[in-house]
Design a protein around this ligand. Structure first.
Ligand SMILES: O=C(O)CCc1cccc(O)c1
Length: 393
C-alpha cells in the first residue's frame, strides 16, 4: 500500500473472509489505514461455517453488525445429543448462561451472509482490492512488501487471514503441525424439513454412532447434514451413495432434495507462531480444527478482534511500543494458547464423543440431569470460558 506521497503506511490484510474483514474493521474503526487483498474477484459465496457463538455475538455487537446478523440468521437456544435410534440423550439450553453473556444463544447463519455486511461497513474506511492473490511476503525496514498477482503492495504490517492454505504462512515458512483425521467429512445441504421427518429434533443435533455419526444443523436456507466418509474412496463414489445414507437418517419415501454437497479433509493444526516480525496470522491461516462444535470461524473472529485491537493500540500509541510491541506479542501468544488449549482440545473431544456410539450415553444423560455440569459444559462449548479474561478453562 503506497499513499499519495509514495510512503508505505498502514496495515495490509490478506483475505476478505469473515476473519480478514473483521480485522480490517477493527483497525479501520481505530483510524488505521487498511488495505484488504482478496484473491477472488468477489466475496466467496460458499456457505462454510454457520454457527456464531455468544462471545462472537458480543464482538459483532461492538462492531455494530450484530443486528444485521440477527436479521439474517436463526437464533438457537438449544442443542441436542442424540443416538441413531432417535433417542435424545441430552438437550442443553444456553438460556442458563443469561448471567454470563447478553446473548445466551447461538446464531445459525452462513458466513457468506455476514461477509457482505462487514464489507459494507468498510466502505469509505478501508480499501478492498479483489483479484489480488498473495504470492509472497518480504520484510523491509519498518514494514512489509506483499507480492500479489497484480504487483507489490507495501504496508507497515500484514495480517494473514488467507485461509488454511495461507500463502502468507507459507511465505514465512511457519510450521503448521498437527494431525489429519482418518476420515473425510461430507456436508450436504438439503431442502428437506428434517424437523418434520425426525420427531423432537432440535435445530442442532449431534448424533453419535461409531460408524455413521452425523450432525444435523438448521440454517436459514437449509438443513445441513455432516457425515464421516472413508478416506480411500472417490468423491464420485461417496456422492453416489449419499442418497441411501440420507434415507438412513430419515426416509421421506424418496431421495432427499440435496441442494449442495461437498467432501473435504479435516485437520487439527496450529501454526508455530502467530506473530513474526510485522506479520500476524489469524483464523484458518493460524489454526484449523474439525468443524464439530462450530469453533473454527468463531475463534478466527476472536483472533481478528483481539490481535486487531492490540495492533491498533500499538499503531495509535495506546500501548507502550519500545521497539518490540509487547502488547501485540501478548495478544498473539494468548490467541495461540486458546487455539491449542481450548479449540483444538474441545473440537477433538467432540469428535471422540460423537463416534463413541453407546459407550458415553450414560455420561450425556448425567450431564443433562446435573445443572452445574451442564452449565460448565455450556460455558466451554459456547466458547465463553476461552474468551473471558483468565483464558481457557
Ligand atoms: O457444531 C456446529 O455448530 C457445526 C457442525 C457442522 C454441521 C454441519 C456442517 C458443518 O460444516 C459443521
Amino acid at each position: 500500500m503506497t499513499g499519495a506521497a509514495g510512503q508505505a503506511a498502514g496495515v495490509v490484510v490478506a483475505g476478505a473472509g469473515p476473519v480478514g474483514l473483521t480485522a480490517a474493521l477493527v483497525l479501520a474503526r481505530r483510524g488505521v489505514a487498511v488495505t484488504v487483498l482478496e484473491a477472488g474477484e468477489e466475496l466467496s459465496s460458499e456457505s462454510r461455517a454457520s454457527t456464531f457463538h455468544p462471545p462472537t455475538l458480543e464482538m459483532l455487537h461492538d462492531l455494530g453488525v450484530l443486528e444485521a446478523l440477527l436479521e439474517r440468521g436463526l437464533v438457537t437456544r438449544t442443542f441436542q445429543y442424540r443416538d441413531r435410534a432417535g433417542r435424545v440423550l441430552a438437550e442443553l439450553d444456553l438460556g442458563v448462561l443469561a448471567g454470563d453473556t447478553p446473548y445466551p444463544f447461538r446464531v445459525q447463519c452462513e458466513q457468506s451472509k455476514l461477509t457482505p455486511v462487514l464489507l459494507g461497513e468498510l466502505a469509505g474506511l478501508a480499501e478492498v482490492r479483489f483479484g489480488h492473490r498473495v504470492t509472497g511476503v518480504a520484510a523491509r525496514a519498518g514494514g512489509v512488501v506483499v507480492e500479489t498477482s497484480r504487483g507489490e503492495v507495501r504496508g507497515g504490517w500484514l495480517v494473514g487471514a488467507d485461509g488454511a492454505h495461507s500463502a502468507v504462512r507459507r511465505a514465512l515458512g511457519v510450521p503448521f503441525e498437527g494431525i489429519t483425521y482418518p476420515e473425510r467429512f461430507l456436508v450436504a445441504s438439503t431442502g428437506e424439513d428434517l424437523a418434520e421427518l425426525l420427531p423432537g429434533l432440535g435445530p442442532v443435533a449431534y448424533v453419535s454412532d461409531p460408524v455413521e455419526w452425523l450432525v444435523l444443523l438448521r440454517t436459514p436456507d437449509h438443513w445441513r447434514v455432516l457425515l464421516p466418509t472413508p478416506s480411500g474412496t472417490s468423491d464420485a463414489a461417496e456422492l453416489g451413495r449419499l442418497p441411501s445414507r440420507l434415507r438412513g437418517v430419515a426416509d421421506p419415501g424418496r431421495d432427499w432434495k440435496v441442494a449442495h454437497a461437498s467432501i473435504y479433509r479435516v485437520h487439527q493444526r496450529v501454526a508455530a507462531r502467530f506473530l513474526l516480525g510485522r506479520v500476524l496470522l489469524a483464523g484458518d491461516a493460524a489454526h484449523v480444527n474439525n468443524p464439530l462444535g462450530g469453533m473454527g470461524m468463531n475463534s478466527g473472529i476472536h483472533d481478528a478482534v483481539e490481535m486487531g485491537t492490540a495492533l491498533a493500540d500499538v499503531l495509535t500509541g495506546s500501548a507502550p511500543y519500545g521497539g518490540r510491541p509487547a502488547r501485540l506479542e501478548a495478544a498473539a501468544a494468548r490467541r495461540r494458547a486458546v487455539a491449542l488449549d481450548h479449540v483444538q482440545r474441545a473440537s477433538h473431544a467432540n469428535w471422540e464423543r460423537i463416534r463413541s456410539g453407546g459407550s458415553r450415553d450414560g455420561e450425556l444423560r448425567a450431564l443433562a440431569a446435573d445443572p452445574a455440569a451442564a452449565r460448565a459444559h455450556l460455558l466451554r462449548s459456547s466458547m465463553i470460558s476461552a474468551f473471558r479474561p483468565g483464558g481457557p478453562a
